[in-house]
Design a protein around this ligand. Structure first.
Ligand code: NAI
Length: 266
C-alpha cells in the first residue's frame, strides 16, 4: 500500500471520509459568531454537518465563519436574529427552511451576562439576562421543535454554566437563568424521549472568551486558584463535548448535564 493511500486512512484503518460523526446532519447554533458558539459551528462542520450560524450583530464575524464552514466542505447559512424575540426566531426558521431544510440539531448557546451585586441589580439587568438566556432557549426550542420531530436522531443541546450549579457573587441573574436551563433540559428530556429527541446540557466552567475578558486580572487569578486543572478552559474543549452529545455515540444519553470545568465542580 502506498503512503498516499495510508494517509487517507484513520487510525482504525477506516477511510477518513467515512469517519465523520455528523455527516448528513443539519445544525443550528445560536450566538455562533464568536466564542464557544463559533467553535461549536467549526467542530460540527469538521464532522460533516451543515450549519446555520445564528448571531445578533456581528455580520462580518458570521460571514468569516460561514467561509470556514464551507472550506471544510459543508453548507453554511448565516442568519441574524435576536433569540429573545420569538418573531425574529420565526423569520429565521422560514429562511432556514427555504435554504437549508429542517434542522436536526439545535444548540442553544447564545447567552449574556449583566453582572453586579444583587443590592445594585436593577430590574432591567434581571430581565435582560432572562430574556436572552431563558426566553431565547424557549423561543428557539419551541419554534424549531417540529423540525426536530421529523428526524429520528434529533438533539437539543443547551449551554448552561457552572455558575448555575454553584452560584457566584455578582451573578444572581445569570446564575438563576442558567439553573433554569438545567430544569428545562431535564423536563424536556423526559417529554421528548419518546420522540427520539435527546435533550442534554453542557455546563462549562470558566472558558477563555469575550465573556471572561472583562474580568480583572486579580479576580482571574482567584478563579484559576479554584480550578484543580489550574487553567481556564478553551472554547474548542467545550465544542468537542457538544459534538459528542450530538453524535450517535450519545444515543442513550438524555437529560444529562455534562460538566466541562477542569474539575472545579464535581
Ligand atoms: P460570548 O459573549 O463570547 O458569545 C456569546 C454569543 O451569543 C455571541 O455570538 C453573541 O452575539 C450571541 N448573543 C448574545 N445575545 C444574543 C441574542 N439575543 N440573540 C442571538 N445571539 C446572541 O460568550 P461565550 O463565552 O462564547 O458564551 C457562549 C455560551 O456559553 C453562553 O450561553 C454563556 O453563558 C455560556 N458559558 C460561557 C462561559 C465562559 O466562561 N465563557 C462559562 C459557562 C457558560
Amino acid at each position: 500500500m502506498s503512503d498516499s493511500t495510508n494517509s487517507e486512512l484513520g487510525s482504525s484503518g477506516v477511510p477518513e471520509s467515512t469517519m465523520k460523526r455528523l455527516e448528513g446532519r443539519k445544525a443550528l447554533v445560536t450566538g455562533a459568531s464568536r466564542g464557544i458558539g463559533r467553535e461549536i459551528a467549526i467542530a460540527f462542520a469538521r464532522e460533516g454537518a451543515d450549519v446555520v450560524i445564528n448571531y445578533r450583530s456581528s455580520d462580518e464575524d458570521a460571514e468569516v465563519l460561514a467561509r470556514t464552514v464551507e472550506d471544510l466542505g459543508d453548507r453554511a447559512w448565516v442568519y441574524s436574529a435576536d433569540v429573545s424575540d420569538i418573531d425574529q426566531v420565526g423569520e429565521m426558521k422560514r429562511s432556514v427552511e427555504k435554504y437549508m431544510g429542517p434542522i436536526d440539531i439545535l444548540v442553544n448557546n447564545a447567552g449574556i451576562n449583566r453582572d453586579t451585586l444583587f443590592s445594585k441589580m436593577d430590574e432591567e439587568a434581571w430581565k435582560e439576562v432572562f430574556s436572552v438566556n431563558m426566553n431565547g432557549v424557549f423561543n428557539c426550542t419551541k419554534t424549531f421543535l417540529d423540525h426536530l420531530e421529523e428526524s429520528d436522531h434529533s438533539r437539543i443541546i443547551n449551554i448552561t454554566s457552572i455558575v448555575g450549579q454553584i452560584g457566584n457573587i455578582g451573578q444572581a441573574n445569570y446564575a438563576a437563568s442558567k439553573a433554569g436551563i438545567i430544569g428545562f433540559t431535564k423536563s424536556l428530556a423526559k417529554e421528548l424521549a419518546r420522540k427520539n429527541i435527546n435533550v442534554n446540557a453542557i455546563s462549562p466552567g470558566f472558558i477563555e472568551t469575550d465573556m471572561l475578558s472583562g474580568v480583572p486580572d486579580k479576580v482571574r487569578e482567584k478563579i484559576v486558584a479554584q480550578i484543580p486543572m489550574r487553567r481556564f478552559g478553551r472554547p474548542e474543549e467545550v465544542a468537542k463535548s457538544v459534538v459528542f452529545l450530538a453524535s450517535n455515540d450519545a444515543d442513550y444519553i438524555t437529560g444529562h448535564v455534562l460538566n466541562v470545568n477542569g474539575g472545579m465542580y464535581l
